[in-house]
Design a protein around this ligand. Sequence first.
Ligand code: SF4
Ligand code: SF4
Length: 478
Amino acid sequence: MANPIPKATEEVLSTLDLSGNRKWIYPTPSHGRFWRARLVVGWVLIAFFVALPWIELKGRPAVFLDLARREFTFFGLTLHPTDTVILMVFLLTILVSIFFVTALFGRVWCGWACPQTVYLEFVYRPIERLIEGKESQRKRRDQGPWSWDKTWRKWAKLSIFAAISLFLAHTFVAYFAGWENLLHWMSRSPMEAPGYFFMMALTTGLILFDFGYFREQMCTLACPYARLQSVLMDEDSLIVSYDRSRGEKRGTYRERKKADKVLDLDDGEITFGDCIDCGACVRTCPTGIDIRDGLQMECVSCTQCVDACDYIMDSINKPRGLIRYTSENVIDGNKTRVARPRLFMYAALLLGLITIFVSLVATRAPLELDVHRASGTTYNITADDDLANRMSLRLRNRTAEPAELRLVPTSPQGAQVRIVGDQQPLLPPGEIVRFEAWITVPQDVLGPGAAIAEFDVLLDGEVVDTHSVRLLRPQNSP
Ligand code: SF4
Ligand code: SF4
């Protein structure tokens, strides 16, 4: 008998049994048009991921999250801890972009771009198939006793997985440590750089565990983004969905034939839909669900069931799209509303944040400067009867190039700034430089009250900042 109108009846995750034990799934690949497009997108993303720490822009890796020095470089823009507002706006922009894209396109990130999906479907699973064979063979072998055939295949797979995980771990860590440091550490004995070896072993182990064993559990159990779907999406968001009105009443060939006979006998009416209940969409699903049960949290919008069902529809001469990208509203017989309040709100917020981010970056000072009195000092009176204060300066050159520093006093008249010692005021890019300087002012030009000295800060001859400092002076000054 054909299934009734489907309802979500599962009480536990599709990959767990009723007692909570893992059910290992063997999804069959469906090499349709979406799979081919995802393959291209996936490999372009992999190429980017691997290349970005190697590509240099303005002398630094294109993306470099230097946690040790608390510097974050994105395509030539290096942010420091003092750029808190820019960093905050940047993170907010990413967050609102996720809201916007999810409201519009549903879980397109999960199916097309998330490293979990990309590496699992286009790197690890193909290797598994190559070594252990098709899904049915793997399942039979996994359920059978240990044999030489099973053992060598498992070890070969594990070794290749471990090598790829090691490479991915290095690439991942390169985003935080830089390839230069990595290559340096790699050339050392583990005893000389134990931190590096521990970090690399841990990252490799986690990647291997994830792609070798944990797999879809990451999406269904661990990923917080999956849990947020119900909040981020609405009935107009793009989802992969089964067209119930077209597919039901589903029935296999046998059920249809049987129904034909009944029809001949009692002249009744049984109308079948386009779904022939072949199960191809379920067998191909990497999270083990049946899309015909409706929208489910486990669905990562990978479109594998779309490709599987399109193939079936082609073979029975029915139009494609029984499972397709659509919205819940369309499935319920309404129209998708693209223009809707939450989208306008996200778009406006996003536009505002991007504008703020761009203007903050564009007006960002090329130099960070702090001036304090040198510790333990007050004031000196020089042989020429000038007032002298020793100041401590902390500078960071925020540009991508080394820059020569000059401090040019502008007020009061006759003021001088002299850097202490032989320090060369050439500021390397991004680095903090500290030095001390004497600020001297002729006492006779100082009026009553506070003694303020002002100086211009020049980088490579260009004024980038003007700074004023309050000088300590004798109490009995006029
Ligand atoms: S239901 Fe379809 S789109 Fe969703 S995860 Fe399974 S195969 Fe992918
Ligand atoms: S692949 Fe298509 S026809 Fe086959 S069971 Fe799934 S929805 Fe029905």
